[in-house]
Design a protein around this ligand. Structure first.
Ligand code: BG6
Ligand code: MG
Length: 222
């Protein structure tokens, strides 16, 4: 397969936001008197905003109405927005912008495929919004990862079939979503931290189109 499209997850792939989500969720958990540690946060990093809130509430044996859930999510998000207001071009993960520029030069389509509803403002703050040909984010989705909806919509935006697209993902649910949608799944993170990826790299530092193509080719020849 010749790579024609690249679909990027955002949080943990393009930019490290886990620590900022943690501070905002921790503040909400404190208000609710629910213990919430960094490792609790890591265990929830794959989940949508609502799923995260529900897991935190459940861990504190708290039951609240749907209206209160919306208010709590809004409260968390307002704090998160204040924190990420400080993000700038220095917060892009290593190698990501350089790779995107090369892929664009080579005519490869680029789409952001994230569950976050804050994707557009984050991408603008770090200066890569205009490098994407398309953006699918939490505002356009009905089903969270591991459903493949986000990536299927992304490949459609690029006018491509999943079979010619690579997905870059740091979360297990995203790898499952990519696999079930028929994409080549490149895991981003420590070796062995993601199951089922077609290939794995620590991060995208020094990544090039040739190296990506070699990963795809070597998987196909196995
Ligand atoms: C995902 C993150 O990209 O977006 C999750 O990995 C997060 O941790 C989800 O919960 C929703 O993000 P947001 O910015 O809409 O609250
Ligand atoms: Mg992620």
């Amino acid at each position: 397969m010749k790579i024609q499209g690249c679909l990027f997850d955002m949080d943990g792939v393009v930019v490290d936001t886990a620590k900022h989500h943690y501070v905002a969720w921790k503040s909400l958990a404190n208000e609710l008197a629910i213990p919430f540690t960094k490792s609790d946060n890591d265990a929830l990093k794959d989940l949508s905003r609502l799923d995260r809130l529900e897991r935190i509430l459940r861990s504190g044996n708290l039951e609240v109405s749907s209206k209160t859930k919306i208010e709590l999510m809004e409260k968390k998000n307002q704090l998160y927005l204040q924190i990420i207001d400080t993000l700038g071009p220095g917060d892009i993960r290593p190698g990501v912008k350089e790779l995107m520029l090369e892929l664009r030069n080579e005519g490869v389509g680029l789409c952001l495929c994230s569950s976050s509803k804050n994707a557009a403002s984050i991408l603008k703050s770090i200066g890569v919004f205009n490098l994407f040909d398309g953006i699918v984010d939490g505002n356009n989705l009905t089903l969270p990862k591991p459903d493949p909806e986000v990536f299927i919509k992304g490949s459609k935006l690029l006018g491509l079939t999943p079979s010619v697209c690579i997905v870059f993902e740091d979360a297990q649910s995203g790898i499952e979503a990519a696999r079930s949608g028929g994409f080549f799944a490149l895991g981003i993170g420590a070796e062995g931290s993601l199951n089922n990826a077609h290939a794995n790299v620590q991060d995208l530092a020094h990544m090039t189109l040739d190296k990506l193509q070699a990963l795809v080719d070597s998987h196909e020849s196995n």
